[in-house]
Write a protein that binds this ligand. Structure first.
Ligand SMILES: [Zn+2]
Length: 283
């Protein structure tokens, strides 16, 4: 099949209103409801888009993860093409129980999302309880009785509270977790190689990264990352509706990589990583 027609799986997306500090016009540009996200995914030949509710992440330091998760649990199953992550905020302890319930009972919930920057906590300090929790879920079965053989966590990475390196000791220790260090090329200090360098330091083969950063426009960096860590560790992500889904898709379609690597990035890695949790949706 031509790469351009390959049904992709977008492992990093959102829906809802962008409510962080930005002027009204900029915020409007980066907002989009579930229907719009699904429509743009279709235009980008994406079969499944895994979202988390922006309401559970923004505004910075003031978001209610539980309200966002409740909304996602309702809206996502009604929107063809969407699946979701349950957001866990360790500073909002009730989000643990809610995430456990969603992960166990809602088949559309396929993993967890951590965002130290928006929720304002250093991962160095809160990584242990978060990964311990994910590790526990990684041993559980979902509503269809399937076990994914480990819980997927998609984590924001690249800023002060969320340096990719700082996740590695937890990923190494908790082997029933599979961590996607989001945003290849995101580095608050101007570095573009943080995600790849962190994967290289990890010992258990359970750390991945995604292409969702706005820095994906940078030539060479996605290709360099795939070469450094292996294309089997790189997943397609768009960060839609903050960024334009079809543009992010084109970045991979036309990447300076062999077709086999593009197939892994756009789809095959996600099929494998999410395992039995994704399987019912691929039939
Ligand atoms: Zn994001």
């Amino acid at each position: 099949m031509d790469i351009l027609n390959l049904p992709a799986i977008d492992v990093h997306a959102h829906y809802g209103d962008y409510t962080s500090d930005a002027n009204a016009h900029a915020a409007w540009c980066m907002s989009g409801d579930a229907a719009l996200v699904a429509e743009r995914a279709k235009a980008a030949r994406t079969q499944w888009t895994i979202v988390s509710a922006l309401k559970g992440l923004f505004p910075r330091g003031r978001a209610d993860a539980c309200v966002g998760n409740d909304e996602a649990a309702d809206v996502v199953p009604k929107t063809p093409g969407l699946l979701f992550y349950a957001i866990v905020n360790p500073l909002q302890p009730s989000s643990y129980d809610q995430a456990r319930r969603l992960y166990k009972t809602n088949p559309h919930c396929v993993g967890l999302k951590f965002h130290p920057e928006e929720h304002r906590y250093p991962i160095t300090q809160w990584g242990r309880p978060l990964f311990e929790f994910a590790n526990e879920l990684g041993a559980e079965k979902n509503a269809s009785g399937n076990s994914g053989g480990g819980c997927v966590i998609k984590v924001h990475s690249g800023e002060q509270f969320s340096m990719p390196d700082d996740y590695i000791p937890f990923a190494d220790e908790f082997i029933r977790t599979k961590t996607i260090l989001a945003n290849i090329g995101c580095g608050y200090n101007g570095t573009r190689d943080l995600q790849a360098r962190a994967i290289q330091k990890s010992k258990r083969g359970n750390v991945y990264t995604d292409t969702s950063s706005m820095m994906s426009i940078l030539p060479r960096n996605i290709e360099w990352t795939a070469k450094e860590v292996g294309a089997d560790r790189v997943l397609f992500g768009t960060d839609t509706p903050l960024y334009f889904a079809a543009m992010q898709r084109a970045r991979i379609d036309y990447a300076e990589l062999p077709d086999a690597a593009k197939r892994l990035i756009l789809r095959e890695n996600a099929v494998k990583l999410f395992g039995d949790r994704l399987k019912p949706f691929l039939a």
